[in-house]
Design a protein around this ligand. Structure first.
Ligand code: SAM
Length: 306
């Protein structure tokens, strides 16, 4: 039987009040889905277990070239088509199942996971951007999230940062093609933060599934942020801390994080810094949205202390 995610559910789970702009975008996204049969559910679990038993590509500094090439492919497609749909990362919609509220579901649209993620980003950016002038997305890839943010915010100067050059090339081309003179790009490496890259006053910092790629090597970046003192920092990243180890799907997600060397310990680190009085945590929750393999969009929002 077909069901659909409701606005009320999202507001309750993500702790926000929908704006008119949010409702406008919510109504454009197909959030219809079907539940799995018991057989389909068991087959999905087996597929994940079979995958976990194999050697998988792990994240880290050796992966720079693959990211360069991956976004380079999107760059070629966008240069040819000038169609913003071609900047969508190719990992979305790869599997017919995604995760919602600790269950697998069969979305009607292949764009459901990316649509939900863009709504989660909107709920957070709208909540924190009223007094802000700039938004910096670190590890921004093709600038896909920045383009979505522009759909509901015309005021913010948007900065997309990433360690690979194909990211800067694609963002510069988007800025030219969409005549967006408030969309900028720069090079930045989480493993070697460039202190010379200063964050302007009244800024939001955002990371989405990118600090993910650093495993346990995220602390230099957090120190960089504590020094730069943006007004607010929003991470939407895979975190094992808010997941439930006693839940089978969550536990497979945590195993997958470990196997791929995804982000490990960000929340505990942020919590420790908060106890030391270096920052304040504004909110922390799991979004209950995930891909086939992981529940990877948990949220922590914090402010550096003066
Ligand atoms: C899964 S993609 C997410 C991209 C984008 N945030 C999004 O949501 O569409 C991970 C991104 O992290 C970037 N990345 C990986 N390691 C990095 C590093 N050391 N410094 C900066 N960016 C990095 C990759 O180049 C890639 O763009």
């Amino acid at each position: 039987m077909s069901q659909s995610i409701t606005l009320e559910e999202l507001q309750k789970l993500w702790n926000f009040t929908a704006t008119e702009d949010f409702i406008r975008r919510f109504n454009l996204i197909d959030l219809k889905f079907e539940d799995l049969t018991t057989e389909e559910h068991l087959e999905a679990i087996s597929e994940i277990e079979r995958t976990l038993a194999k050697d998988l590509v792990v994240s880290g500094s050796h992966r720079k070239e693959s990211w360069e090439n991956g976004w380079g492919q999107n760059l070629i497609e966008f240069s040819d088509s000038k169609d913003l749909a071609s900047i969508a990362p190719k990992y979305f919609g790869k599997y017919p199942l995604i995760r919602w509220k600790q269950q697998f579901i069969k979305p009607k649209s292949a764009l459901m996971e990316s649509g939900l993620l863009s709504l989660l980003i909107q709920s957070l950016v709208e909540k924190y951007s009223s007094e802000m002038k700039n938004l910096y997305e670190f590890g921004c890839g093709t600038g896909n999230n920045l383009v979505k943010i522009r759909e509901f915010n015309n005021n913010l100067e948007l900065y997309g940062l990433d360690w690979v050059e194909s990211s800067q090339k694609i963002i510069n081309l988007i800025a030219k093609e969409t005549k967006d003179n408030k969309l900028h790009s720069a090079k930045f490496d989480y493993f070697n933060p460039d202190e010379a890259l200063s964050i302007k006053d009244d800024s939001i910092v955002l990371t989405v599934a990118s600090l993910e790629q650093t495993g346990t090597e995220f602390t230099k970046f957090i120190e960089y942020l504590l020094y730069q003192k943006p007004k607010i920092v929003i991470h939407i990243e895979p975190m094992w801390e808010p997941l439930d180890k006693n839940n089978n799907l969550d536990s497979l997600s945590i195993k997958y994080f470990n196997k791929r060397n995804y982000l490990n310990g960000l929340y505990l680190h942020i919590e420790k810094l908060s106890k030391e009085g270096r920052l304040e945590i504004d909110q922390y929750f799991r979004s209950f949205v995930g891909s086939f393999f992981v529940d990877g969009y948990s949220v922590v929002v914090w402010k550096p202390n003066p």
